[in-house]
Design a protein around this ligand. Structure first.
Ligand code: NAP
Length: 240
């Protein structure tokens, strides 16, 4: 039976890397969620072909999330894998973070995972099968200067995932966290050449990551059957 996989924020960056890697397995049906990047989503669908569907929904909107997940369950009967990847970042001194910045960050990066998980969980428990992968960040593990709200949201995802792993393990649902280091996507397009050079020099593997580095890790977590509640951090050794 084919595995049904939902990836949020999948039209570009790390999410698109996951779609490209996972769609090589014709036993997977991938629902690639997007919000603003419609053009990129359509291009991706055209390029990958049959085993992906694209679906527009804003992960901060509970109703749109529920509609998307109900659509998938009505059509395929199940969701085997939920990957909460959609996210935003912002670099600001703590003193300059407004209440609106804080709320945006927490809603997009953390509450969104609460909405998606709530919407899929009855189906996963009923099927006694499920895999949830939450994309956090090294800053959720060690804290990032000038990214306090981002670090708080990403640390929240780690706590949420570990607690869920304990609660849902008896229902054969695994919940894991992938916490990438710096990855070459639009999220880092503001970084100067000097900053990128500094990151490379501070990284034992002497490079920043690519979306495929995260996609390979996710692929392994989907296929593995005995890992739950763990933080896996592909970061080139930047954080050890
Ligand atoms: P990106 O290139 O900026 O892409 C962000 C993705 O999130 C886009 O696909 C975007 O979709 C989606 N998104 C944002 N807000 C959304 C919303 N309200 N509803 C639905 N989708 C939304 O970033 P990325 O580097 O691929 O990041 C992906 C994940 O990895 C994020 O959670 C990020 O925090 C995490 N991460 C990234 C890095 C890094 O260095 N790049 C490191 C650690 C962790 P649309 O464009 O369609 O709106």
């Amino acid at each position: 039976m084919k595995k049904v996989i939902l990836i949020t924020g999948a039209a570009r960056g790390i999410g698109r890397g996951m779609v490209e890697e996972l769609s090589k397995n014709r036993e997977y049906i991938i629902i690639a969620n997007y919000n603003k990047s419609e053009e990129e989503a359509i291009k991706l669908k055209k390029r990958i072909g049959e085993n992906i569907e694209i679906y527009k929904a804003d992960v901060t909107n509970k109703i749109e999330i529920e509609d998307m997940i109900n659509y998938i369950i009505d059509k395929y009967g199940k969701i085997d894998v939920l990957i909460n990847n959609a996210g935003i970042s912002q670099i600001k001194m703590f003193n300059d973070i407004t209440e609106q910045d804080w709320n945006n960050m927490i809603t997009t990066n953390l509450t969104s995972a609460f909405f998606t998980t709530k919407a899929v969980i009855s189906n996963m428990i009923h099927n006694k099968n499920g895999c949830i992968i939450n994309i956090s960040s090294i800053w959720g593990m060690v804290g990032g200067s000038c990214e306090v709200h981002y670090s708080a949201a990403k640390a929240g995802l780690i706590g949420m995932s570990k607690a869920l792993a304990k609660e849902l393990g008896p229902s054969n649902i695994r919940v894991n966290i992938v916490a990438p280091g710096d990855i070459d996507t639009d999220m880092n397009k503001e970084l100067s050449v000097e900053s990128i050079q500094e990151i490379k020099e501070g990284t034992p593997l002497r490079r920043i990551g690519k979306p495929i580095d995260i996609a390979r890790c996710v692929k392994w977590l989907i296929e593995d059957e005995f890992t739950t509640g763990q933080v896996v951090s592909p970061n080139g050794g930047w954080v050890i």
